[in-house]
Design a protein around this ligand. Structure first.
Ligand code: NAD
Length: 494
């Protein structure tokens, strides 16, 4: 799979032409409300789209319901072949998926090629295709009361899934959901963020090209009302959502009347702990370039830095080089590593965290000061310090290129601070060569993923999700598969 990443990419202005929904394998002209999709780097209108009407949402759910029995009954090997075929089509479309995502999300092309396209398809969708083949039946062995019996536990698909995603990784977030759902034997209706719907509309075209059985995977777009209808729809059996904790709570409430199960992948305020034995010269640049990736618009951004007081000053000095390497601007410039905020109101929210922190006595300890491009909703990255741990910027998810730093006295305090927010999505512990200490600290942190010394990339076979306000349930790996499976106990007398 190749994606052209340079500014010379002949497809750099390309955006999908599809404006139609995909319902039951057919292109359907949307009848709902209309809005503009904007390019956050240029402020230009990329496209004007229409959402699904209430009747079209019903039709999408009905199409998924109709397709469910046959899809669920297919042998896993067959479902696997279908999913691999879809992955083949997506791989061939990589050079168009890339500009679609760069232009509507604003992710710098230097990051997007792997993180937004290749990782999603080559790693995650392929893994899901293989997971479709697994026979998960468990043989529990004999039980003697009140009569001798044997038991099996078999896993059956839950049914129709509503998959609702946030704006920052449109292809990844969709694949994390429909990959596992389809592998499990469920059918699905996808609803992307109204701010970045173009890539998912294009996905509808690719679903048809891959000849997935009609109705197995449907695409609708729309605003909160469409999400509300889907997550409370009597024809939907499970809701899988990625987005903010505020909307996650609404979705849980909306799904509750129908007693639908939910998987919620929400925000975070992930701590990044630097223990005293660490050579901070070696890690400071990596630390800052990581939390600021995608302009800080990453759910697991490690943007709450907890640094041992003995290393604090040295860490700050070493970090200045990272801010020199931050290039804010045109996502199509291969040198750029910080793109724009998705919308002006989001930029204003990010700015309000900076202004509010300064007004409350906080200070900018490191920052990029180069002039910002005239167009585009950019924010210069900044590291804020001298804030108490209960400050808004320390406790709340900013989702922009703003990190906070706090010193700690000993490891117990680091652990206490790390766990002292309502979230628990991810964390990192820098421990140098003392892996045993890193592991001891990792085990005390209440988060769904804890990396040690920077960890690695997101693995398709490892669970991802959060404690507390970071979510409910897990995505990816066997844990993600189980979200879409009902365990059934079959017991017989012997
Ligand atoms: P958001 O919560 O604003 O919106 C997400 C989706 O919810 C959109 O598609 C929107 O149309 C829909 N929606 C809004 N109101 C609804 C309602 N009442 N009922 C049903 N659907 C409704 O999120 P966002 O700003 O697009 O994304 C950013 C957030 O997502 C951040 O908090 C980020 O941390 C989180 N996120 C989490 C993960 C993860 O895996 N944990 C990954 C990426 C992003």
């Amino acid at each position: 799979m190749t994606t052209t990443t340079t500014a010379e990419n002949p497809l750099r202005d390309w955006i999908p032409a599809t404006r139609d929904l995909t319902i039951g394998g057919e292109l359907v002209e949307p009848q709902g409300e209309q809005w503009d999709v904007l390019n956050p780097a240029t402020e230009e209108v990329l496209a004007t789209v229409r959402g699904a009407s209430p009747a079209q949402v019903d039709a999408a759910v009905a199409a998924a319901r109709k397709a469910f029995p046959a899809w669920a009954a297919l042998p896993g090997e067959e479902r696997s072949r279908h999913i691999h075929r879809l992955a083949d089509v997506l791989e061939k479309a990589a050079d168009r998926l890339l500009p679609s995502i760069v232009n509507e999300v604003g992710t710098p092309v230097s990051l997007a090629s792997y993180l937004q396209v290749r990782m999603a398809v080559e790693q995650h969708l392929r893994w899901a295709a293989e997971a479709a083949k697994v026979d998960r039946t468990q043989h529990l062995g004999p039980w003697h009361e009140p009569a001798p019996t044997l038991s099996d536990v078999v896993y059956e698909p839950v049914g129709v899934v509503a998959a609702i995603t946030g704006y920052n990784y449109p292809l990844n977030l969709a694949i994390f959901k429909f990959g596992a759902a389809l592998a499990a034997g469920c059918t699905a209706v996808l609803l992307p963020s109204p701010r970045t719907p173009l890539t998912t509309l294009f996905l509808g075209e690719l679903i048809r090209e891959a000849e997935l059985p009609p109705g197995v995977l449907n695409v609708v777009i729309g605003n909160a009302d469409v999400g509300q209808q889907l997550s409370s729809h009597p024809g939907v059996d499970r809701v899988s959502f990625t987005g903010s904790d505020v909307v996650g709570a609404k979705i849980m409430a909306q799904a509750s009347a129908g007693l639908k199960g939910v998987t919620l992948e929400l925000g975070g305020k992930s701590p990044n702990i630097v223990l005293p034995g660490v050579d901070v010269q070696k890690i400071a640049v990596e630390v800052h370039l990581r939390w600021s990736r995608n302009g800080g618009q990453g759910c697991a951004a490690l943007a709450r830095l907890l640094v041992h007081e003995r290393r604090y000053d040295e860490f700050l000095e070493a970090g200045a080089a990272a801010f020199d390497q931050m290039v804010v601007g045109d996502p199509w410039d291969p040198a750029t590593n910080i793109g724009p905020m998705i919308r002006p109101e989001h930029k204003a929210r990010v700015q309000s965290f900076i202004d509010g922190s300064l007004a409350a006595g906080g200070r900018k300890l490191l920052e990029v000061t180069k002039p910002l491009p005239e167009k585009g909703w950019y924010v210069n990255p900044v590291l804020l310090g001298d804030l108490p741990h209960d400050a808004r910027a320390v406790q709340e998810e900013i989702f922009g290129p703003v990190a906070v730093i706090l010193p700690f006295k000993d490891t117990d305090e680091a652990v206490r601070l790390a766990n002292d927010t309502p979230y628990g999505l991810a964390a990192n512990v820098w421990c140098g060569d003392d892996l045993a200490e890193g592991r001891r600290v990792a085990e005390q942190i209440r988060a769904g993923t804890v990396w040690i010394n920077g960890g690695g990339s997101m693995r398709p076979d490892a669970p991802f999700g959060g404690y507390g306000r970071s979510g409910v349930g897990r995505e990816l790996g066997e844990w993600g598969m189980r979200e879409y499976l009902e365990p059934k106990h079959i017991q017989w007398r012997v």
